[in-house]
Design a protein around this ligand. Structure first.
Ligand SMILES: [Zn+2]
Length: 170
């Protein structure tokens, strides 16, 4: 029992790290902008940056632009991720599973950005080249995306109900 609950806790811990790492690449690069926006008492500028379309970003100081640019590129680069993965592999002597969260973000972004919608710099710092995929905000793609999420949610709900009815939910 104790071993089981300890394993459960470890698994929950890993899930938390995986989810955090999956979200991190789109958070980190907004931090310099957030600091600048808060410093000048205009938090709306951060929101304008976070929701901007290409070319519509608010104008901010060169240092802020530089930091957020390179943070964005670093966290979306398969080369940087490979380096971090290798270092952790050596340090821990095993693949650290939560890194899959980060890797999934990089992979998904490659195909859900296009040449004219923030192409994902997957080979930064070697090149800024990005695959010309389907931008995630393309209406039909967004519709399909949310429909799939709703479908998945519905399926999870239905299967949970069935499990509960048969008394196997734990
Ligand atoms: Zn991203």
């Amino acid at each position: 029992m104790v071993a089981l609950s300890r394993r459960h806790r470890a698994e929950r811990h890993s899930v938390g790290w995986t989810m955090a790492l999956a979200a991190l690449p789109d958070m980190v690069h907004t931090l310099p902008v957030a600091a600048w926006a808060l410093d000048r008492g205009a938090p709306a500028d951060w929101l304008a940056y976070a929701t901007a379309l290409p070319g519509g970003e608010p104008a901010f100081p060169a240092a802020v632009a530089l930091w957020s640019h390179h943070l964005h590129c670093s966290f979306h680069s398969a080369l940087v991720a490979a380096g971090v993965t290798a270092l952790l592999w050596v340090a821990l002597r095993r693949f650290w599973l939560p890194l899959l969260g980060w890797w999934s973000h990089i992979l998904i972004d490659v195909f859900t950005h296009s040449a004219d919608f923030y192409p994902s710099p997957v080979f930064y710092p070697v090149t800024y080249w990005g695959f010309d995929g389907v931008a995630w905000n393309t209406p039909w793609f967004t519709t399909l995306n949310y429909a799939a999420l709703l479908g998945l949610g519905w399926w999870l709900w239905v299967t949970r109900q069935k499990d509960r009815a048969s008394g196997t939910a734990g």
